[in-house]
Design a protein around this ligand. Structure first.
Ligand code: ATP
Ligand code: MG
Ligand code: MG
Ligand code: MG
Length: 471
């Protein structure tokens, strides 16, 4: 069987095509809906259909949709399963089949087509959704110990405060079945990974919060391609699958290192490079160019983070390196989106220009740091670089804290990390809007988010920091 990333995608679409789903190509990362910043889920291209404002192309559709979730930036390289860019495989019913078929096919696909051992698959249902619970238990035969009821936060979907909504049911894979079911929690992500989410759009919520049944009930699903690849390729995380590893290897090669023999910190930088390079490549291909506002600012942040991580893993030299890493991402893009290869030259040009621009910024930061360190050395016998200065470098000059510390250390100067954190925290408070997550599942109004993204251009770095990885 073909468990390559390409194979998993192909088999998903073939499975649903054989069940009368119309295969459609991925929509753009830039949604047609002007109120939405980026495509964050497979359902987005069909939002108008779900809202009843557009005619369905067919009763059943299947896609592999390119997605970007900026709210997962801080998880990149930190968790084993989150990316900014990923592909969501989906099967959709527009007023056609409903819960029973969606559950039955999800099970068949997972356990027969992909061959997951039945005792390794656990499911969640919405607390109040007895119908789904019973289908899993009685029709499919999942033992009750492997079915967990969950709250709204994880298992209820709404497109906004009003409008279509409904309960979800998720499929999880168990990496450690030897632990048994006693006390097991699907939220334990050392043990379980969510790979498939089924949304049963069955109600309409009005302004006073009252739910009424929808006349045409819909099915919206999403399976993470990279997560299924992790499971089937038996890799410790999404990054080491054939969908991303070649990008990581090309970056490692440019730095003269190897992923497998690198320490955890370096591996995290490599994962960030792999993830963000993919995101930038697909965004530029879809027409989003680096800038200081909105979508363009997201590309800029992602690319600059690639450049910083590249320096941290030891990539040197005067030439731009990001286009070289991008070439590896483009080489993998064919089955996902054939337009990417056709846009390769434009992608390289944009990345090179943006990287060189950022290097200039970094060099300005280096000059400023030198003069700040000179002043600190003059002022005291035990000189310390003030936290607010380190933060200024980080925030305004895009100068990573680790580089500041390294340069300061070379001169025997300490950096006030407590002060740095305090300055960062102050700014985080001031820019709450910048860390708003772009997640349709939270029910936040996307129009609001698009607005705030535009007005918070320079505050973005605070939401870019990752725990334990100051880049
Ligand atoms: P998680 O709880 O792991 O963050 P989620 O519940 O936010 O996932 P959904 O919104 O249900 O994810 O999206 C459907 C599917 O898309 C998930 O089951 C998962 O397989 C995949 N997915 C979601 N977010 C990501 C991501 N950031 N990177 C890779 N795959 C993702
Ligand atoms: Mg999530
Ligand atoms: Mg989840
Ligand atoms: Mg989910």
């Amino acid at each position: 069987v073909d468990n390559s990333g390409q194979g998993i995608r192909r088999r998903f679409k073939e499975f649903f095509a054989a069940r009368e789903h119309l295969p459609k190509p991925s929509g753009s990362l830039v949604p047609e809906d002007p109120t939405v910043l980026l495509t964050i889920a497979g359902m987005l291209p069909f939002k108008q259909i779900f809202l009843g404002q557009e005619v369905r192309p067919a009763p059943r559709v299947t896609t592999s949709q390119k997605c970007i979730r900026t709210n997962d930036i801080e998880n990149v390289g930190v968790t084993k399963r989150h990316h900014t860019f990923f592909e969501m495989l989906g099967n959709f019913s527009f007023g056609d089949y409903f819960k029973r078929e969606a559950i039955t096919w999800a099970w068949e696909l997972s356990t027969k087509e992909y061959g997951l051992p039945v005792d390794r698959v656990w499911v969640s249902v919405f607390r109040e959704d007895d119908e789904a619970y019973n289908i899993w238990k009685d029709v499919i035969g999942v033992p009750p110990e492997h079915i967990q009821r969950m709250d709204e936060a994880d298992n209820f979907w709404a497109s906004g405060p009003t409008g279509p909504c409904g309960p979800c049911s998720e499929l999880y894979y168990d990496f450690k079945p030897e632990l048994g079911h006693e006390g097991a929690s699907l939220e334990d992500d050392e043990r379980f990974i969510e790979f498939y989410n089924l949304v049963f759009m069955e109600s309409n919520r009005d302004a006073s919060g009252v739910l009424t049944p929808l006349e045409n009930k819909n099915i919206d699903t999403g399976m993470g391609l990279e997560r299924m690849a992790q499971i089937l390729q038996e890799k410790p995380n999404n990054y080491e699958t054939d969908l991303i590893m070649p990008i990581i290897d090309s970056a490692a090669q440019l730095a003269g290192i190897e992923y497998s023999s690198s320490n955890e910190r370096i591996q995290t930088y490599l994962k960030v490079i792999g993830d963000h390079t993919r995101a930038v490549v697909y965004l530029i291909s879809d027409g989003v160019l680096p800038s200081n506002v909105g979508r363009g600012y997201i590309v800029r942040r992602l690319l600059r983070r690639v450049v910083r991580c590249g320096r941290l893993i030891g990539i040197k030299g005067k030439d731009a390196f990001t286009p070289k890493v991008a070439a590896a991402a483009i080489a993998l893009s064919g089955d996902c989106d054939p337009a990417v290869a056709a846009n390769a030259e434009r992608i390289f040009t944009e990345m090179e220009r943006e990287e060189m621009r950022f290097v200039t910024t970094l060099e300005r930061g280096e000059e400023l740091l030198t003069s700040l360190l000179d002043a600190a050395a003059k002022a005291s016998k035990e000189p310390v670089l003030a936290g607010k200065d380190a933060f200024l470098l980080y925030d305004t000059y895009g100068f990573p804290l680790e580089i500041t510390e390294e340069v300061a250390m070379e001169r025997g100067i300490a950096v006030d990390l407590v002060g740095f954190k305090a300055a960062m925290e102050d700014q985080r408070k001031m820019s709450q809007a910048a860390v708003v997550s772009v997640d349709l599942t939270t029910g936040k109004q996307l129009a609001d988010i698009a607005d705030t993204m535009d007005s918070t251009e320079f505050l973005g770095y605070t939401s870019l920091s990752t725990e334990g990885v100051a880049v």
